[in-house]
Design a protein around this ligand. Structure first.
Ligand code: ADP
Ligand code: MG
Length: 296
């Protein structure tokens, strides 16, 4: 009587290059999980602070760092706002450009929530961190390094810059894997429409010993939803794109086995990309036949 069983809170981090679709994908995942009745928090860890906009009709929320600059004492509830289907939204925020560490907001917010036992109090099922992966300074590694997140996913297209950022993330995960760091769940392949995009991202996942969670096509439905300040799950729930996000959300929610990836050395990565580049060019200029892709 009066004793509340504490349930398991699954914490997930989603990394990727800036502009690759992390926030769009993360918001659609949290929206899909909320549809199933899960209690979810989306935790934006990008100094851009726009992770949770599409859960709140395009509106911005005050960030943890901004709030800390204004008030001497901050209560966790000053920086937690509800959005679509009651999803809890948080933005860590960033320092003034050129000053301080952008990871500061993540560290500060995580500490604040821990002290005030916020996750338990809100009775959350999932906390999903949306983390900028271009920079690999200590601050950005916080959700991995401190073992905060249990599973890490990366959003990547088939473009080299995006694959490069994912490979760097794999290096970070690899480094902290012996000291209780988070492990890799897999790759969320985003904007996979161009010819050979699927083959390229599949090949990268294979070479680094990981898996593709879902292939998310580039779709105007996403753009249209965003223009309304909404996720696709909210604005266009009966579309194919919404189904892709639901399928992805289910896989992530039920994911259990994460692994240590095998990142490529930078020289290996460059050689690998150059080989694909040569192949695509040869295809475009019709000097080789598509069957030769098998020999790559
Ligand atoms: P990030 O959070 O990684 O910086 P965003 O999620 O903000 O990136 O996405 C950048 C832009 O790309 C947004 O305008 C978003 O609508 C668009 N975008 C992302 N994924 C898709 C997709 N699958 N189809 C169409 N547009 C997309
Ligand atoms: Mg973002």
């Amino acid at each position: 009587m009066g004793v509340k069983m504490s349930k398991k809170i699954t914490q997930i981090a989603i990394y990727g290059k800036g502009g690759i679709g992390k926030s769009t994908t993360t918001s659609n995942i949290t929206a899909a999980l909320s549809e199933q009745g899960y209690k979810v928090m989306q935790f934006g860890c990008d100094p851009k602070s726009d992770s949770t906009n599409t859960l709140r009709d395009g509106k911005y929320i005050p960030t943890v760092l901004d709030t800390l600059r204004e008030k001497s004492s901050v209560k966790a509830h000053d920086v937690i706002f509800q959005g679509f289907n009651g999803i809890y939204c948080v933005e860590a925020g960033g320092p003034a450009p050129g000053v301080g560490c952008a990871g500061r907001g993540i560290i500060t917010a995580v500490e604040l929530f821990k002290q005030q036992k916020v996750f338990e109090e809100l009775d959350l099922d999932y906390v999903i961190y949306d983390v900028l992966g271009d920079v690999v300074c200590g601050g950005f590694a916080v959700p991995i390094r401190e073992g905060i997140a249990e599973h890490v996913f990366t959003v990547s297209s088939a473009d080299f810059m995006s694959i490069y950022a994912s490979n760097n993330l794999f290096k970070g995960i690899h480094k902290y894997s012996n000291s209780g760091g988070a492990l890799l769940g897999g790759v969320i392949a985003n904007s996979i429409n161009a010819p050979y995009a699927r083959e390229i991202i599949d090949d990268f996942a294979h070479k680094t010993n990981t898996q593709i969670m879902e292939y998310v096509p580039r779709s105007v439905t996403v753009t249209q939803s965003e223009l309304q300040g909404k996720t696709t799950i909210e604005a266009a729930p009966n579309t194919k794109q919404a189904e892709v996000y639901r399928s992805l959300a289910n896989k992530i929610a039920n994911h259990t086995e994460s692994k240590v990836p095998s990142p490529l050395e930078i020289s290996e990565l460059r050689e690998w990309a150059a080989k694909w580049g040569d192949y695509l060019l040869a295809l475009e200029t019709s000097t080789i036949k598509p069957e030769l892709a098998a020999n790559l």
